[in-house]
Structure formats: structure tokens, C-alpha cells
Design a protein around this ligand. Structure first.
Ligand code: UDP
Ligand code: MG
Length: 327
């Protein structure tokens, strides 16, 4: 990777997933041209249109007509941001890529610092760390913080840095590593962390979305978190054996106590409350464990079907001439 230093002609691809962002494209491109003017000749921009229902595609096509460093990968329908990032990584040709949101919540000027650190040859991933999440709602901060702590607690081999989104620069070697990961459930933060060897964070303040609204709701975020857990942990599957063993052992002691007291002191019938609470408690535990097993089985089922991660309707602009790659 040190050859990057000797290669001042590096190429950097920006991967930008967009979903119903017709109003955000033009301000985004203006900001890139202005803030990244000094390295603009190195940059090509790849929009992945994730099945937008508005005029996003037309707006990007207009931009392509004016600027031949822009490409568009147009999905056949909405496949989600994780699929869009996967497609971006499959198509880009740069020596490195930066994943960023179109809504300017990932400040483009930070890319200058990303590139500087990457050019030292010491890091293959440079990610942005949000030092201040006051722009997010309280509920989102609490749930996100809880998610990262719980994830890192459960997942032994992959650690996700806290307060890090998808905004990052990744070297070609990480891109190639991620392309080899065949799974259908794309929890990209995990896959990227798993494939990075030497990474460093850069702090930034996350501004508010400049135009439009967030495209995520809590249902999408919940599913996203579940994909993350099932992709990177097996521990929740195995813990039920221990819990079951513990409960059986305690039940056995209790059974002995009941038998002995019945034999020596006769039969007493009170105990409806204790009986019903034990039954309900165990019923709850069984349902939770079944639900967790179901979560993993549904993941196995999705993997088994081997369906493509996304379907591309067409590729436009810079990359349209080049050979298409599989999803
Ligand atoms: N996005 C996408 N597909 C989706 C949802 C979102 O490609 O199904 C894109 C969206 O257009 C934006 C980025 O992902 O460029 C981040 O989305 P958003 O700003 O809504 O997320 P937030 O910043 O609220 O987490
Ligand atoms: Mg946003």
C-alpha cells in the first residue's frame, strides 16, 4: 500500500446511495466541486439509485450530461442502503472509495483529511467519528448507543467503533476483501470492520440533513440491528443450553424438596400463584429462545435461496461503457 505515496495519480471513487433524493443531488454536487476542488481531478462519483420513486434518476442523468466523472447504477427497485453500498463497491474502479450520504450529513471536506491519512500508507480504512450526536433524536441516540455496546459485547471477533456510520474511506484491498464475502444479508459496517486491518478515526460534527427527510424509520433500524446480530454472533444461539441446564438443575432440587416434605409431612395444596408464575416464566423463556433460533433460521433461509443482493436496471455515465460485474 505504500505505493500510494509514490502514486500521486491515485483515483478516488465516491459511492453515494440515493433514495428519493431529487432535491439533494444538485446541492451535493456543488458542495463536492467546491470543497474538494483541490483533489477533484482524482475523483469520480458513483450514484446508486435505490429504486427512487421521484425524479432522482432524471436529475442524475442531467448531471451526467454535464460532467463525465459521474456514473449512475440504477436499481430495478428499492433494495436498501446496504445493497446499494454493496453495488457501489462492486462497480467502483478507484484505488480507494469513500462512502457518503447525499444529504451532506457526512461533510465532504473531511475527505481531504481521509485522503491525507490514507496517503501515508499506514491505514486501509479511515472512518468518520461523530463527536456530537445532538442532531439525532434522544431515542435514536439511546438505541444506537445500546446497539453498539450490545453488539460488541456479543461479537467476539468483530468490534464496531462507536458513533461511526458508513462515512469512510477504504483502500482497494478492503474493497476486494468485501467483494469476496458472499453473504446475502449485508450488514456493511460489520463486513467492512471485518475486512479492515489498519484503521483510524477522524472526529467530526454531524450537521443536520440539508434538504429532505430521513429515509429510515425504527422498523428498518430494528431489522438492520437484527441482521447485524445474526451475521456476527452465534453466542445467542448457544446460551439456551446453559439456561436450560440451570433451570433443570434448580427444578430438580425443588422436586426433591417437594417429595421429601410430602412423604414426611403430608400433602398441602396451596401454591397456585407460585405454580402459575413458574409456568409463565418458563413459557416466556421458551418463546424468547424460539424467537432467537427463528432469527437465525430466517437468515440461513435467505442465504440458502442465493438470490442476488440487488438487480440493476441499467448503468449510465462513466461506468456504462465498462464491463458489468455480477452482484
Ligand atoms: N438510502 C438508500 N436506500 C434506502 C434508504 C436510504 O440508498 O432504502 C440513502 C439515502 O438516500 C441517503 C443515505 O442512504 O443518501 C442515508 O439515508 P438518511 O439520510 O435517510 O439516513 P440517516 O442520516 O437519517 O441515518
Ligand atoms: Mg442523513
Amino acid at each position: 500500500m505504500n505505493n500510494n505515496l509514490k502514486n500521486p495519480d491515485y483515483k478516488l471513487s465516491l459511492i453515494v446511495p440515493v433514495y428519493n433524493e431529487e432535491v439533494a443531488i444538485t446541492p451535493f454536487l456543488n458542495e463536492i466541486n467546491e470543497k474538494l476542488a483541490s483533489i477533484r481531478p482524482h475523483i469520480d462519483i458513483v450514484f446508486i439509485n435505490d429504486g427512487s420513486k421521484d425524479k432522482t434518476k432524471a436529475v442524475i442523468e442531467t448531471a451526467i450530461a454535464e460532467d463525465d466523472s459521474i456514473s449512475l447504477i440504477n436499481f430495478a427497485r428499492n433494495f436498501g442502503k446496504e445493497a446499494a453500498m454493496t453495488a457501489g463497491l462492486n462497480y467502483v474502479k478507484g484505488d480507494a472509495a469513500v462512502i457518503l450520504d447525499v444529504d451532506l450529513q457526512d461533510p465532504p471536506e473531511l475527505i481531504l483529511e481521509f485522503v491525507r491519512l490514507w496517503q501515508t500508507g499506514e491505514y486501509d480504512t479511515v472512518y468518520g467519528v461523530r463527536v456530537d450526536r445532538s442532531q439525532d433524536t434522544f431515542l435514536k441516540r439511546v438505541t444506537a448507543g445500546g446497539f453498539y455496546r450490545f453488539f460488541n459485547f456479543l461479537s467476539a471477533e468483530t468490534t464496531l467503533p462507536e458513533n461511526v456510520g458508513d462515512f469512510r474511506l477504504i483502500d482497494r484491498c478492503v474493497i476486494e476483501a468485501v467483494k469476496q464475502l458472499p453473504e446475502r444479508n449485508r450488514f456493511m459496517k460489520g463486513l467492512l470492520a471485518w475486512s479492515s486491518f489498519r484503521s483510524i478515526g477522524v472526529d467530526f460534527q454531524r450537521p443536520e440533513r440539508n434538504v429532505g427527510d430521513t429515509k429510515f424509520n425504527y422498523w428498518k433500524l430494528w431489522n438492520f440491528a437484527m441482521d447485524g446480530f445474526t451475521s456476527f454472533t452465534a453466542w445467542p444461539l448457544r446460551v439456551w443450553g446453559f439456561i436450560g441446564f440451570g433451570i433443570s438443575f434448580l427444578s430438580f432440587l425443588f422436586l426433591m424438596y417437594v417429595l421429601i416434605s410430602t412423604i414426611f409431612f403430608g400433602v398441602h395444596t396451596p401454591g397456585y400463584a407460585s405454580t402459575i408464575s413458574v409456568v409463565l416464566f418458563l413459557g416466556g423463556i421458551q418463546l424468547i429462545s424460539l424467537g432467537i433460533i427463528g432469527g437465525y433460521i430466517s437468515r440461513i433461509y435467505t442465504e440458502l435461496k442465493q438470490r442476488p443482493i440487488y438487480l440493476v436496471e441499467g448503468v449510465y455515465g462513466k461506468y456504462s461503457q465498462e464491463t458489468q460485474q455480477d452482484s
